[in-house]
Design a protein around this ligand. Structure first.
Ligand SMILES: [Zn+2]
Length: 435
């Protein structure tokens, strides 16, 4: 993780619009970090109900007084123009200008990040402070942008495990001149995959997809439909570098094995974090993975302010204030640690098979938790022990008892040490009434 801030310095300010030179530059730089296949999907390609848009380039975008005083200029900040703005040059009255001049909802000093990929309009962005100071009757607008056929690019990193069953990790890279959303998710994912690539004993396979938001997921999935059946779970990553607490958003398929496992693991790995339902924290590419005809249970991990906060997800969201000063090395490191531990639980989560019948005679094995000194431990030991039957995974037991995965694992590990329990990838029911 030590070099992560060098990468942030290099990549954050690039004009990384969905199909653009800046995006391509950022992806190529990331491809130096990990073995990456870059998929190219040309503009105009039909991807299910979507069509890949054209490449967009800004040459210059300015707002001037009629005397030629420059008020807004993309040379000073890339966010001063709406992403995918149409070209426009002319003199407009103040009222018309204001219909095309966007400001941030909460921060009067921030330039907002605004994108209009599909509703074809021109637009500039500035701070509310600046907009409020505009008193002239007319202004000159110069927006020189071009649209041309290009290629949407998706970076794929694949790590082969013993099983073909694949966990897909997704992050987007298409937010120009911003860091927490979206560079931090991408960088944590890259670091995670550098580690996964070193591992020799992975059971599951892992696929990282770095893409432009929404259209990138649609494009990749529609062009690689044969991979969808083996993708059994997913995790979307973003907003992982700021001070807010962790939020885990469940998938649409809350009963999936992946949801159950990751949710119960999150309870133990980030006890101060919170878990919430699908689409209730943030909406991103996980929507496409969970969608009809795809149905990959993809959860989402981010750091956001608690529900009810007026600046949720965080104050600098989608603005020029989302710069390197709001992310810290420690937060990124914590985020990587959390993602790593969630996936480690997914690797470990198996059926716990009992080598005993009846309750274990704990005193004989020296594992009896004394209810007089440790009533809670005593209760949960027996609650876990009596559910180990070869038909439940560790996360099944955790969910059933409403306790973290890690609490269950500490007991099964103790029993495994005494050869009273073993683990299996498949159900091995010891109930004489089944099978
Ligand atoms: Zn965003």
């Amino acid at each position: 993780m030590t070099d992560v801030f060098q990468l942030i310095e290099k990549l954050w300010y690039l004009r990384r619009d969905i199909i653009s030179d800046g995006y391509d530059q950022a992806l190529s730089r990331l491809a130096e970090e990990v073995p990456m296949v870059i998929h190219r999907i040309p503009s105009g390609t039909e991807c299910w109900t979507w069509i890949v848009p054209e490449k967009w380039t800004v040459h210059e975008a300015r707002l001037e007084t009629l005397d030629g005083e420059v008020l807004i200029d993309t040379a000073n900040h890339p966010l001063h123009v709406v992403s995918y703005s149409l070209p426009f040059e002319g003199v407009v009255c103040r009222e018309e200008l204001f219909q095309h001049l966007h400001v941030h909802k909460t921060d009067p000093h921030a330039i907002p990040y605004v994108f209009k990929y599909y509703d074809r309009d021109w637009g500039l962005c500035c701070s509310r402070e600046l907009r409020d100071s505009l008193q002239d009757k007319n202004y000159r607008v110069v927006i020189r942008t071009t649209f041309e056929p290009g290629e949407l690019k998706v970076g794929e990193v694949f790590v082969q495990g013993e099983s073909e069953q694949t966990v897909v990790v997704a992050a987007h890279l298409c937010h120009p001149a911003q860091v927490n959303d979206d560079l931090t998710g991408t960088l944590v994912a890259i670091k995670l995959f550098q580690e996964l690539l070193q591992k020799k004993d992975l059971y599951y396979s892992y696929r990282l997809l770095i893409l432009p938001e929404t259209i990138g997921s649609i494009a990749y999935l529609s062009q690689n439909e044969d991979q969808i059946p083996s993708m059994i779970g997913g995790l979307f990553l973003e907003m992982l570098g700021s001070d807010s607490g962790f939020a885990l958003q469940q998938s649409l398929l809350t009963d999936s094995r992946f949801d159950r496992c990751i949710t119960s693991a999150f309870g133990g790995a980030a006890p101060e974090g919170y878990t919430a339902g699908y689409r209730s924290v943030i909406c991103n590419d996980e929507r496409q993975f969970n969608s009809p005809g795809v149905r990959i249970p993809m959860l989402s991990l981010s750091r956001v302010e608690p529900p009810g906060s007026p600046t949720r997800p965080y104050p600098e969201y989608h603005s020029s204030m989302d710069n390197p000063s709001i992310v810290s090395f420690e937060r990124l490191e914590q985020s990587l640690d959390l993602v790593r531990s969630l996936l480690q639980v997914w690797e470990n989560d198996r059926y716990a098979v009992n080598h005993y019948k009846g309750e274990v005679f704990c005193s004989r094995y020296g594992i009896w938790p004394d209810y007089r000194t440790n009533p809670e431990g005593h209760r949960s030991f027996f609650a876990i022990m009596e559910r180990i039957d070869g038909g439940r995974t560790l996360s099944d037991i955790a969910i059933e008892l409403g306790i973290p995965y890690q609490a269950v694992e500490s007991i099964t590990e103790m029993l495994a040490e005494k050869n009273l329990v073993s683990y299996s990838r498949t159900a091995q029911s010891s109930d004489p009434h089944t099978g």
